[in-house]
Design a protein around this ligand. Structure first.
Ligand code: PLP
Length: 386
């Protein structure tokens, strides 16, 4: 019997005869994604193997080990979540918050808002301390808040992509543990580009993304939890209220059992493995130094052009610079000009800084002296026309 017999008529109204995909060349100097390293793109294009193939299982172990190196942690539960940074962010609360748990969010930007929103969705009792967008918390402010709120989790962003601020971390983890509280840290815009010492800083929960300092496309969300956070997970009175992000289930795949949980995005993990290998080969200290040197060159160049940087030098992020849009300049029109005339993407302001700053990213593969010179030259020649 012909397959077309007894079938409904195929509706052609959504059929379009498209050309095969082609994408323009872009230099991504915004808040992310950043350009992927060519070797990572090659790894992504390799033929997939099965997600339970011994070869892939071996690669999973390599990804986990390389993530531990990049984050400077010994945490057993260190895995890439299948999803972007926000999925890994959500995994932190999903696994450790039970209804009524007190979560304190130290909020100094757009992604601090997201942390509170997510914690509320897991029915935490959320309290918030805030700093103006462009500043960081002092140790004294954190201690006072821990004393006042007595949370079981303190959540904060290390590298706030909306403001360009790097939160100093020394001493915060000790304080948290002194107050019987876990420390949860967003490292989305710091991993690979800014010094990070999770174990030394006593961070209990952290997450990141693949598309910034690691020079891989978006799609994976590195996640890690300390033995203390794992204890909280084991002591839950109820199930983790999110099946996909439940670390006790995910660990049956990523831990020694290696049993099916979900079909892993095999090629994304090829890419991440390659990205992490490149980072390890460069060495963390060298990578951090490269980001710092190129950022300083950008800061000096922008200031020489008479532009004002939004964040004080000692709190500035090497991976993302916020520069104020001068009075009378149409910031959006200038960004669009960079994209249309030069194929260069920079970011606009987010939330409270919308329309006030541009955000220039120098992350991973893109943090080079040539890219800094390129963007500075264009600012110098073209900004006066706006
Ligand atoms: C600091 C920070 N946290 C979380 C996220 C969310 O990550 P994603 O967009 O990969 O879901 C971002 C994204 O840029 C970010 O910059």
């Amino acid at each position: 019997m012909a397959i077309t017999q007894n079938l409904p008529v195929v509706d052609q109204s959504h059929f379009k005869a498209f050309e095969a995909i082609s994408t323009p060349e872009r230099l991504l100097l915004g808040p992310g994604p950043s350009n992927a390293h060519p070797a990572v793109l090659e790894a992504l294009a390799l033929p997939p193997v099965g997600h339970l193939d011994p070869v892939y299982i071996h690669l999973m172990g390599e990804v986990q080990e390389l993530l531990r190196y990049a984050w400077q942690t010994d945490n057993r539960l260190t895995i890439p979540i299948s999803g972007t940074g926000s999925a890994a962010m959500e995994a932190t609360f999903a696994n450790t918050v039970e209804p009524g748990d007190k979560v304190l969010v130290a909020n100094k930007g757009y992604f601090g808002d997201r942390l509170s929103d997510m914690a509320e969705r897991y029915r935490a009792e959320v309290s918030i301390i805030e700093k103006p967008w462009g500043e960081a918390f002092t140790l004294q402010e954190i201690e006072e808040a821990l004393k006042n709120h007595r949370p079981s989790i303190l959540a904060m962003v290390h590298a706030e992509t909306s403001t360009g601020v790097c939160q100093p971390m020394e001493g915060i983890g000790e304080l948290c543990h002194q107050y019987d509280c876990l420390l949860l840290l967003d490292t989305v815009t710091s991993l690979g580009g800014v010094p990070l010492f999770l174990d030394e800083w006593k961070v209990d929960l952290a997450y990141s993304c693949s598309q910034k300092g690691l020079s891989c496309p978006p799609g994976l969300g590195p996640f890690t939890m300390s033995p203390l956070a794992e204890k909280k997970l084991l002591q839950r009175s109820g199930k983790v209220p999110n099946w996909y992000l439940d670390l006790s289930l995910l660990n049956k795949y990523w831990g020694s059992d290696r049993v099916y949980h979900h079909t892993a995005p095999v090629n994304m993990n090829y890419g991440l493995r390659e990205a992490l290998r490149l980072l390890a080969n460069e060495g963390l200290l060298n990578a951090w130094e490269r980001h710092r040197i190129n950022a300083e060159k950008l800061w000096n160049g922008l200031e020489k052009l008479g532009l004002v940087l939004h964040v004080e030098e000692d709190l500035r992020l090497p991976t993302l610079t916020t520069v104020r849009i001068p009075e009378g300049v149409d910031g959006k029109a200038f960004s669009l000009h960079l994209l249309n005339s030069y194929g260069i993407e920079i970011g606009g302001g987010l939330g409270l800084l919308a329309g006030k700053v541009w955000r220039i990213g120098l992350m991973g593969f893109n943090s080079t002296s040539e890219n800094v010179e390129k963007i500075l030259d264009i600012f110098e020649s073209d900004l006066p026309k706006f």
